[in-house]
Design a protein around this ligand. Sequence first.
Ligand SMILES: Nc1ncnc2c1ncn2[C@@H]1O[C@H](COP(=O)(O)OP(=O)(O)O)[C@@H](O)[C@H]1O
Ligand SMILES: [Mg+2]
Length: 292
Amino acid sequence: MAPSAHRAPRDPNSPVATFSHARLAFGSRVLWEDLNLTISPGEFVAVLGPNGSGKTSFLRCLLGQYGLDAGQLEVTDAIGYIPQQHADDSDPMAMRGRDLVGFGVDGARWGIGLRGRGRRRQLVDAALAEVGATAYADAPMGLLSGGEQQRLRVAQSLTSDPALLLCDEPLSSLDPTNQHRVVELIDERRRSANTAIVFVTHEINPILPYVDRVLYLVGGRFRIGTPDEVMTTATLSNLYGSDVEVLRVNGRLVVIGGEDGHHCEEHADPPVFPAAAVDPSPVVNAERDPRA
Ligand SMILES: Nc1ncnc2c1ncn2[C@@H]1O[C@H](COP(=O)(O)OP(=O)(O)O)[C@@H](O)[C@H]1O
Ligand SMILES: [Mg+2]
């Protein structure tokens, strides 16, 4: 792979990221090629696509962890990151929320210096306050709800004062009410600091009201556009190379037939929140292969 992305210092008037004729492949497996995308300050970009289509790899390119095989990427050096959640070995009863957020400060700033401890504490307190997590910051992580834990992970990502915030499926383990709260929190950061958001998700409905543009990845191909442009029967059928139907029901999108199946719920009730009727429906559609 080519060297990692070129990093540009923060400039409120410049794009936070620009992909030019970008290509990423692993061996013969091409995730995308000739990708041109400019992300502006304050823009909310959703990255959608089936499992294995390259959503996390797209974030890793922005982080400089993966280099492009061809083309260029210019990206701000002020990046916050909420990684995809995996089970890990750390003892949830031994770590407080405040500790988790502190790791963000340590990772973002090398050698915090002589006045380091006071400054570190200030940064942690500010991030905790920004997400409204001060009240439970000293409790063990293991005693907190999923929503509270995710709030702390958002706080951790904000300690670097990011111009670009990368979120990898941050809603996947949350109930609809907490999904709504976490999305609101991230969007609040976008509005208050003009932070651009790149939000990976396999379920667009919880974020649909906030999304400016969609990058939809499928099997080495992609589409970029507004949700109205990309989330249509014609565009997705073309992208998947098979029949996909997009329905709009009570302001929500229901995608039938895409691999992963964004949704296949039978809810008739109008949702309380945009996220309220989310049904991950892992069984029915997860096995469906549009190429079959
Ligand atoms: N470091 C790597 N080396 C080889 N293959 C990789 C690497 N990272 C990702 N891939 C492959 O790239 C594809 C996309 O992975 P990923 O970006 O994690 O997909 P997604 O997040 O959309 O599920 C997968 O087939 C994965 O196995
Ligand atoms: Mg992923």
